[in-house]
Write a protein that binds this ligand. Structure first.
Ligand SMILES: [Fe+2]
Length: 185
């Protein structure tokens, strides 16, 4: 049965805290890392974005990459949320540059219910802050090979401290809940 929700408050929570940091399983890591290596030879899709201080390397434009990343991480994301999920999209690689910040936000209510950040490479620690279901903000340092599962439509998340290093690269996968549907616009 599909439940319709119209506001962020009506979307239930599915995990105790709202997020979980883990080590990515080797199979998805090997595949994603291979494309990360390939991306080093790609020109960025956008020019330097002065507002975000970041670049975008669209590895998803390679045939089958979106689907294969979403395939490989669907099981782990379903296990995190204890819910059946459907594909939304993969996003990245996003490279953040010196001085970058990421304003706190929640993801799209229609399609980005459960997400994961895959940390690829950095020269300097840069915490992500996430607000748990208990209202407490947690600052999390991710190292390459870490994956952060989170209820991205519910939990506010961002990076308020300007990045002090030169280059920080990660990518994202986003899923929609199979049994919940957004009734808004
Ligand atoms: Fe987000």
């Amino acid at each position: 049965m599909v439940t319709t929700f119209n506001t962020i408050e009506e979307l239930p929570t599915f995990t105790e805290k709202g997020y979980h940091l883990d080590i990515i399983p080797s199979k998805p890591w090997d595949k994603i890392y291979a494309y990360y290596e390939l991306s080093k030879f790609m020109p960025p899709e956008d020019d330097y974005d002065t507002s975000l201080k970041s670049k975008f390397y669209n590895i998803g434009r390679y045939n089958g990459v979106q689907l294969s990343f979403l395939d490989l991480l669907k099981g782990p994301c379903e296990a995190f949320a204890n819910q059946e999920l459907e594909y939304s999209n993969m996003y990245g690689i996003r490279e953040y540059l010196n001085g970058a910040t990421l304003p706190a936000h929640t993801d799209r209510l229609a399609t980005h219910h459960i997400s994961a950040i895959i940390m690829l490479d950095t020269d300097t620690d840069w915490p992500i802050e996430i607000q748990g279901h208990d209202g407490e903000w947690k600052s999390i340092i991710m190292n390459p090979g870490h994956i952060l599962f989170y209820e991205s439509a519910k939990c506010l998340h961002g990076r308020s401290t300007p990045f002090q290093g030169k280059s920080f690269k990660n990518c994202y996968v986003h899923y929609k809940l199979k049994n919940y549907q957004y009734g808004g616009e």
